[in-house]
Write a protein that binds this ligand. Structure first.
Ligand SMILES: Cc1cc2nc3c(=O)[nH]c(=O)nc-3n(C[C@H](O)[C@H](O)[C@H](O)COP(=O)(O)OP(=O)(O)OC[C@H]3O[C@@H](n4cnc5c(N)ncnc54)[C@H](O)[C@@H]3O)c2cc1C
Length: 498
């Protein structure tokens, strides 16, 4: 007897009852009690248990309710100042799950937040009593070395992009902390150690797969949905959920000159004065982010975070004048694997601390600015960490026209933010007040702000997007007229449905 015939006759001999009854996916999911939730308009609503069960059954990934195992871990984001409880957490396995979840939120007019890497400074990736779509299970990173393209899922972290690309001697701009999400960082712009060399992260995107507010899937690129592609590069999460990004990669030497030059706080005015002039004349390969810091033990210092993404010898030559301004109290700048540089701040910026930030783009660097920055850190006195940081702009970032993508603030020589970081809930109010007061002095030096450093003030959105703002409103009105995607630095549609 041939093998195939044998298997068939063996099966025929087995009584049908030996096989389990076929159960539909919906039957296999228990029906929960009705779920209390909040609508988009902030009203209390009740989601029918049977509808929630049916949603769970349609998903390949997970749906969590408040009593589900793992719920408390899933609702946490990086900024420990936010302790919110979504009514539902959907943890999709792919774009199809994202489509289902968005359709459910839209048809129930349910408050919706989207979590990629969870680094939202404003806490907007977790919502109270709405649906949180937590993309973190969608974290794959794949590199096509021949085409020099990285395909990165919407919930992946920067470390995955760096690691996979560097394995082929390739890289693209990503942020400076490896546990930041590719999704949020890229949609809002994306500064990083390679940005002056290769442009912002969003400048290196070649295509984005997106689920829009009607639960439909599309691809946006220079070839299709071109106007949407324009808006997605800087427009944050306003237009939908990015399930995947294609990035252009660039050949790099995996060993770069990088590390910190740290100076005493007394030397800060002199170092800043020299640095601002120096920074304007430097090659694209050199990126220097400045921070003035005060620790709870009253220690203050100025640090230059340096990365030279060209030949190491040229980098040594380029940064030599910095070592000569004043003697650094610490000097860790040396040839270092780029992936290690990208992880060098991971521990210092670990998840769970409370954090409050105010931010804006500098238009020029003046001696009044130096005085105000130094005075800000000199005045810090609370049991918290305070810093004023100035990530560098210019280079390839500034060579892209302001209207070429939604990200308009191309001319800023630096981004600037002031922040407090603490753990003790008893100092929350004081830490927030200190930051707000410090910002009153610093804000007049700025124009617009970086949407990825949005906190709680929407008043500068038009200034931020400048001439691009009306085009953003038109896109928002076309793709999300009901403002389903509103928990972000929001560009409201022209006619909101409700
Ligand atoms: C420690 C730390 C370091 C940082 N370093 C840098 C840096 O070097 N350079 C820089 O430019 N920025 C930096 N940032 C800011 C960072 O870009 C923003 O916090 C960004 O929003 C983080 O994205 P995320 O996916 O991790 O955040 P999440 O909290 O997951 O998301 C933030 C928002 O982005 C949107 N979003 C996220 N993913 C998606 C998606 N796939 N589709 C649609 N919308 C989405 C949502 O609106 C969400 O509310 C840093 C932030 C932190 C906390």
């Amino acid at each position: 007897m041939k093998r195939r015939q044998f298997i068939h006759s063996a099966l025929a001999a087995v009584p049908a009852v030996a096989f389990p009854r076929f159960v539909s996916a919906a039957e296999s999911v228990a029906t929960p009690a009705d779920v209390e939730a909040l609508s988009l308009q902030g009203k209390e609503i009740l989601l029918k248990g049977a509808d929630v069960r049916d949603l769970a059954a349609r998903l390949r990934g997970e749906l969590m309710l408040r009593d589900s195992a793992g719920y408390d871990g899933a609702r946490k984001i990086w900024n420990g100042a936010f302790d919110r409880h979504p009514a539902l957490i959907v943890r999709p396995s792919g774009a199809a799950d994202v489509m289902e979840a968005v359709k459910f939120a839209a048809s129930n007019q349910l408050l919706l937040s989207v979590r990629g890497g969870g680094h939202s400074l404003s806490g907007q990736s977790v919502c109270e009593k709405g649906m949180m779509i937590d993309l973190s299970p969608m974290n794959s990173a794949r590199v096509d070395p021949k085409r020099r393209i990285a395909s990165i899922e919407g919930g992946a972290l920067l470390g995955a992009l760096d690691r996979e690309a560097l394995a082929h001697g390739l890289a693209t701009t990503a942020g400076t902390v490896s546990h930041t999400g590719v999704g949020g960082l890229t949609l809002g712009g994306g500064f990083g150690r390679l940005a002056r060399h290769f442009g912002l992260a969003c400048d290196n995107v070649r295509a984005i797969d997106l689920v829009t507010a009607d639960g439909k899937f599309l691809t946006a690129s220079e070839q299709e949905n071109k106007e949407l592609f324009w808006g997605l590069r800087g427009g944050g999460g306003n237009f939908g959920i990015a399930t995947s990004f294609d990035f252009q990669l660039h050949p790099v030497d995996p060993i770069m000159l990088g590390g910190d030059l740290v100076y005493s706080f007394e030397d800060a005015p002199k170092v800043l004065e020299f640095y601002f002039g120096f920074a304007e004349t430097q090659p694209d390969e050199l990126n220097i982010d400045v921070s003035l810091v005060r620790l709870p033990n009253d220690k203050r210092f100025l640090a230059l975070d340096i990365c030279y993404s060209g030949p190491v010898a040229a980098g040594e030559k380029a940064i030599a004048p910095l070592r000569a301004i004043r003697k650094p109290i610490e000097d860790s700048v040396k040839p270092t694997p780029y992936v290690e540089l990208q992880k060098s701040s991971d521990v210092a910026t670990a998840h769970g601390h409370k954090f409050y930030i105010k931010a804006g783009f500098l238009q020029k660097t003046t001696s009044a600015l130096i005085d105000d920055i130094v005075a800000t850190i000199a005045s810090a006195h609370l049991p918290v960490i305070n810093a004023v940081s100035l990530p560098q702009g210019g280079g390839a970032i500034a060579r892209v026209k302001a209207g070429a993508t939604a990200f308009a603030q191309r001319a800023a020589p630096h981004n600037m933010f002031v922040m407090s970081r603490w753990d003790d809930p008893a100092v929350t109010e004081e830490a927030g007040n200190w930051t707000r007061n410090a910002w009153k002095k610093l804000e007049p030096h700025t124009h617009g702000f970086y949407v990825n450093e949005f906190n709680d003030d929407s008043s500068r959105m038009r200034e931020t997007y400048g001439p691009n703002y009306d085009r953003m409103v038109a896109l928002k009105t076309k793709y999300d007229a009901g403002n389903l995607f509103r928990l972000n630095p929001n560009v409201p549609p022209k006619v909101a449905k409700a």
